[in-house]
Design a binder for this molecule. Sequence first.
Ligand code: FE2
Length: 443
Amino acid sequence: MSVLNNRPSIDDHAPRLERLFSLNPSELSYPIEEITGEVPDFLGGTYYLNGPARFARAGLQYRHWLDGDGMVCALRFERGHVGFTNRFVRSHKFVAEETAGHPLFRTFGTAFEADQLKRGMALESPVNVSVYPYGRRLLAFGEQGLPWALDPLTLETRGVFTFGARLNEISPFAAHPKVDPATGELFNFGVAFSATQPMLHVYRCGAHAQLRYRKRLRLDYPCSVHDFSLSPRYAVFYLSPYVLDMQVLIQEGRTLLEALRWEPERGIQLRLVWRDSGEEAATIPIGQRYCLHLINCFEADHRLMVDVIEYDRPLYDQYQVVPDLFTAVSAGQPVRFVVDMKRHEVLARWELDYRLAPDFPSIDRGESHNRTVMSGCSASRRPAAVDGSSSINWCMQTGKKRPPATCIRHRRGNTLEANRSSSVIRVIRKQGRSCVRSSMRRT
Ligand SMILES: [Fe+2]
């Protein structure tokens, strides 16, 4: 427990967080034998996790959290037994650098002499952000490119996934797609960062990977967009003016992080897209803040509720220098926008009275839309020096915290949360991985 600046005490679920930044991690597969606590008997299935894992190669040490090569982990539960497997994603970047024996490609926050860009204008993705099941497939995603298919059991890389050759290596494709559990459809987006004609590409793919539509919607500025949300009728985008200057990115020695500029005076927009057609429904100005991850959106009483975490400014500069992260992270605030679905106007903006630094929000789709779980950001090597590492379980509607759930702590630092009245299990913290947003449904 820690008390900081008279803030409330919070649980630190990730002590010694800096240990996660291994410079050269191993690929392993083993049964987990030391478990503190009790594995619930209802727990069965596999939890998958992706994140940056290799932070150095041939003497070059990456600076930024998002630079590392993607490694997927599988935590498999079966009749009280737990097994663990991890493997790197054999992306184009990983294979080429393994073959060369040294780094070849510029990364998000690290540039070096004679580094390369993909087609001279983009990063070669380390495929290090997320992993999602899609039908019987397992797909690993990077920030800006097609996903990679993995063997769900062994995690061996099968190859880049092109949705039946309807998409290709220059198709912008983001790292947090949404799969409708009712239909199996996958929705996603990507940003084309043209200075003169920036576009938001919106995709809808069927359960069998057939591309149902791809729409190109005009953006007012070429902004970084990392996430979106789905309601029954809408795809919802929070467009913050975190603008990518391609002319900076293509310069020698400049990183993508350096090419991003925060220009709040441009104003932010809530972009509503019709989910059935991919056409724009509305663009609504909503202020001057920043959002990295949306929490959720849903519809009730002819109103669209859009739940997000807002910050005063972007966070990516706080993801460095590895392993010292979040040394001065700005406060984040869970916010709900209530939108009239007929007039497409914001009727209300609700804030939770919370000014720490949560991120990676998740909801329990088996429960109320009003429940959300978030993880806190921490300064490594200093226990909760800024905001603490915490799991925060809130009711968005009342602002009240939920009762604590059952926690299982794995000896290597994973923490699972399982609520017996819930239909999902969440990993609150996983050593060495970021963007923890997946959930595992009970079987
Ligand atoms: Fe993310």
